[in-house]
Structures are given as structure tokens and as C-alpha cells.
Design a protein around this ligand. Structure first.
Ligand SMILES: [Zn+2]
Ligand SMILES: [Zn+2]
Length: 266
């Protein structure tokens, strides 16, 4: 387990550093309030998330997969699926579940209160990819654990999924510019920064689309795909119509945001 944490931390730091340099050298948009006012809070959220999850569910998702494998729990173990088949199928199932969870957090008002903190970021860059309310992270982890145990997803599939989800979330939130042809090719498989930026539009029709974090297929399959923002990537407004005052970006305000009223509908 310690090895898992060390491995994940190492990959996280490497991917984060690479994306941070990329968006510094080739930014897609000019940041409206800059890094100094946002990064400490976005990292603060990440630290609170990590501590809370480790405190409440120290075994996390891979631990649940190890327990399922050891005890023969779940559909894949009953069917005695080959490890490689179980890992690939498990990866796809988890990716779809996270897509469905994201859709649900947009459509159930109580859950939207938790998720809207992610959308209240006034810029979108690599740190937005780790800015999720700790209760949303906890609910998401419980859902993943239930799915892992029900299907008996092998630990290797869960580990690869967790690392990929973390890396692709940072990638698709990054403010990095890439050639249009590369975006087109990547979009056939994964969610690109341009595809996910649409999801951070201030307009509801746009932020209620492109729910994918990793594979781009689910949004096509369930007709929730929007190719480009109506106002273009540079001119579009990022964030919500509310929670736009500078004080809203403080860590305490972010954590307390689900309890506050002023946000209106999704
Ligand atoms: Zn969202
Ligand atoms: Zn996002």
C-alpha cells in the first residue's frame, strides 16, 4: 500500500510538472486572475481531500480490489475471467461509472452544491483538475469501491484507472495550447483540454455537456457532446454566473460553498 501511494505521488508530481511547464510556455488563454490567487486554494483543497480520504477510507480503491481478489468477491471472480480481460473491462466500467457520476452531480440539486465548487474556478488550468470538494471525493470513492467489489475488478486495473483518471483530469483542465489536428486525433479517444473547457463555460447548456474525464466516447454515446464553445476558446467566460468575487477563491470559502445559498440552479 505504501508502494502504491509512493508510485501515485511520483506519477502525479511528474505529470503535474510537465503540464504546468506546457501551459506556461504555450498558454491557450490569458489567465484572468492569475496563479497566485488560485493555486494556494486549489492545492489546499487537494491536501484536505487527500488527508480526509486517507483518514476515513485508508485502504482506498486499490485496497478494495485487493480484498475482492483475495476473497473471490464479484462477478469477474465468479466467472473466473482472465486477469487481462477483467482489468480492461474493469477499466471501461469504472470510466463509464465516473462519467455517469459526473452527469448525476450536475442534475441532482443537492449533489450540484458539492460539484459547483469545481465549476466556480474563474480560470481553468492544471490545478482546476484537482479542485473537487472533499465530500464529492468521498462519495466518488465509495461509488468506486462498490463497483470494484461488485464486479471483482482486479487491483492492476484499478491502479491503472486511478493513475489515468488523475493524470487525464490534470491534462484536460490544463491551459495548454496544442495544434488543432492533434486535438482532433486525441479526441477520438480521450478528453482534450479544448473538449473539457466547454464544460467550464458560464453558459449552462455548455457546462451541462462533455462530462467525460478520461475516455471521450460516453458523451458521444449519450448525446451530451459539444464540440466547441459558442464564443470561442479565448473569448468564452469561465466559471459560474455566481461566486465571482475574489474572496470566493479562499480555501475556507471553497470548502463552505455547498452550504451557501446564492448559487441558484446548475
Ligand atoms: Zn462538472
Ligand atoms: Zn472540470
Amino acid at each position: 500500500m505504501t508502494l502504491e501511494i509512493a508510485g501515485r505521488l511520483g506519477i502525479f508530481a511528474t505529470v503535474f510538472a510537465a503540464l504546468a511547464v506546457w501551459e506556461l510556455l504555450a498558454p491557450k488563454r490569458e489567465l484572468s486572475i492569475g496563479r497566485l490567487k488560485r493555486w494556494p486554494s486549489n492545492f489546499g483543497v487537494l491536501v484536505v481531500d487527500a488527508l480526509l480520504v486517507r483518514l476515513l477510507i485508508p485502504t482506498a480503491a486499490v485496497g478494495a480490489a485487493v480484498a475482492a481478489a483475495g476473497n473471490g468477491w464479484g462477478l469477474f471472480n465468479w466467472l473466473q475471467l482472465r486477469l487481462s480481460v477483467g482489468a480492461v473491462l474493469g477499466f471501461l466500467i469504472l470510466d463509464f461509472v465516473i462519467w455517469a457520476q459526473h452527469w448525476t452531480f450536475h442534475h441532482v440539486p443537492l449533489l450540484w452544491r458539492l460539484h459547483r465548487m469545481h465549476h466556480a474556478d474563474l480560470d481553468i488550468d492544471v490545478t482546476t483538475g484537482v479542485r473537487f470538494h472533499p465530500i464529492e471525493i468521498l462519495i466518488s470513492l465509495l461509488i468506486k469501491i462498490a463497483v470494484i467489489v461488485a464486479f471483482g475488478i482486479p487491483p492492476v486495473g484499478v491502479f491503472v484507472f486511478e493513475v489515468m483518471l488523475n493524470a487525464t483530469s490534470m491534462f484536460n483542465h490544463s491551459n495548454a495550447r496544442m495544434p488543432a489536428w492533434l486535438d482532433r486525433v486525441l479526441r477520438l479517444f480521450v478528453v482534450t483540454p479544448d473538449m473539457h473547457r466547454v464544460h467550464h463555460s458560464v453558459h449552462r447548456a455548455e457546462h451541462d455537456s462533455n462530462y467525460g474525464f478520461n475516455l471521450s466516447w460516453w458523451d458521444h454515446l449519450f448525446r451530451s457532446y459539444t464540440g466547441q464553445p459558442a464564443e470561442g476558446h479565448v473569448a468564452m467566460r469561465i466559471g459560474l454566473p455566481v461566486f465571482r468575487e475574489p474572496g470566493e477563491q479562499r480555501l475556507v470559502s471553497l470548502l463552505a460553498q455547498p452550504l451557501r445559498e446564492s448559487a441558484g440552479g446548475p
